[in-house]
Design a protein around this ligand. Structure first.
Ligand code: FES
Length: 237
C-alpha cells in the first residue's frame, strides 16, 4: 500500500502562487519516488477534502500531511486538524492520516536562507512607472458586487466548484467586471451555511450553494435581476 503525501498550504494572492506549490509537490514527488501533491485549506483547488478523496480513490495506504505554509501559520496547523475530523465524519473513512512538523519550523529552512545570502546576487533595475499606473485609479462601474466565500469551511464544502461554475456562466453571458464584480473572500462568518455567495447591493445571502445554484444565480439574479427566490437565500439584517 502506497503512502500519499499532501503539502497543505494556504491561499496566496499573487498570480501563479498556487502553481508554484503544485510544482514544489511534483519536484519532491519525483525526488522521493512517492505520490506528493499540493492542496489548499482555503482559496484554491484542490481542497484538502478533495485531495483526501483522491487519495482514497487511488487506494492510498495512508496519508502524511505536511503543513507547507511560509511564514509559520498557527491558523493552518489548527485548521488541518479540524478539517481532517470533518472529512472523517462526512466520508466515514478510517484512512490513517498523520501530520509532520510545519515546513516553516524545519532547520533546513534557515540553511536555505543562508545559502541564498551566500549565493549569486542579481542587481535590480527597472522603471517605477507601472507601480502607479493610471489603471489602478479606476473604480469599476459594476451594477452588482458578488462575494464568493473561499474561507476554509466553505472551501471544504465545495466553494471551488461554485466559484468556477459562477465564473464560467458569467463569461458565457459576457458579464464582465463592469457589470458584475466577483470577489473571492475569506471567511464571512456563518460558515455552517456555506458555501456562501453574497450579492450586493441587494444584500442577498445565498447559502448551501452548489454549482447548479451558482448557474441559476448567474442567470436569474445577475443577468435578469431577479433573486433566485426558491433558494434558502437570507437577506441580511
Ligand atoms: S468559511 Fe465561508 S463563512 Fe466561514
Amino acid at each position: 500500500m502506497t503512502r500519499h503525501v499532501l503539502l497543505v498550504a494556504r491561499s496566496v494572492t499573487h498570480h501563479g502562487g498556487h502553481d508554484a506549490v503544485h510544482r514544489l509537490a511534483a519536484t519532491v514527488g519525483a525526488a522521493r519516488g512517492v505520490p506528493v501533491r499540493a492542496c489548499f485549506l482555503d482559496g484554491a483547488e484542490p481542497s484538502l477534502h478533495a485531495a483526501l478523496d483522491t487519495a482514497v480513490a487511488e487506494a492510498a495506504g495512508d496519508v502524511l500531511l505536511v503543513p507547507a505554509h511560509l511564514p509559520p501559520d498557527r491558523y493552518l496547523d489548527t485548521w488541518i486538524r479540524r478539517a481532517i475530523a470533518h472529512w472523517r465524519q462526512t466520508r466515514g473513512d478510517d484512512l490513517p492520516i498523520a501530520v509532520t512538523a510545519p515546513l516553516a519550523g524545519q532547520p533546513a529552512l534557515a540553511d536555505a536562507v543562508a545559502q541564498a545570502i551566500a549565493g549569486a546576487h542579481a542587481p535590480l533595475t527597472g522603471n517605477p512607472g507601472p507601480f502607479r499606473s493610471p489603471s489602478w485609479s479606476q473604480i469599476t462601474r459594476h451594477r452588482r458586487h458578488v462575494l464568493v466565500c473561499r474561507g476554509p469551511r466553505c472551501t471544504a464544502y465545495g466553494a471551488g466548484d461554485v466559484a468556477a461554475a459562477l465564473g464560467d456562466r458569467l463569461a458565457e453571458h459576457r458579464l464582465g467586471d463592469d457589470d458584475v464584480l466577483v470577489t473571492a473572500t475569506g471567511c464571512l462568518f456563518p460558515c455552517n451555511l456555506g458555501p456562501l455567495v453574497v450579492v450586493h447591493p441587494d444584500d442577498t445571502w445565498y447559502t448551501g450553494v452548489d454549482p447548479h445554484t451558482a448557474v441559476r444565480i448567474a442567470d436569474e439574479h445577475l443577468r435578469d435581476g431577479r433573486p433566485v427566490d426558491d433558494r434558502p437565500s437570507r437577506p441580511a439584517g
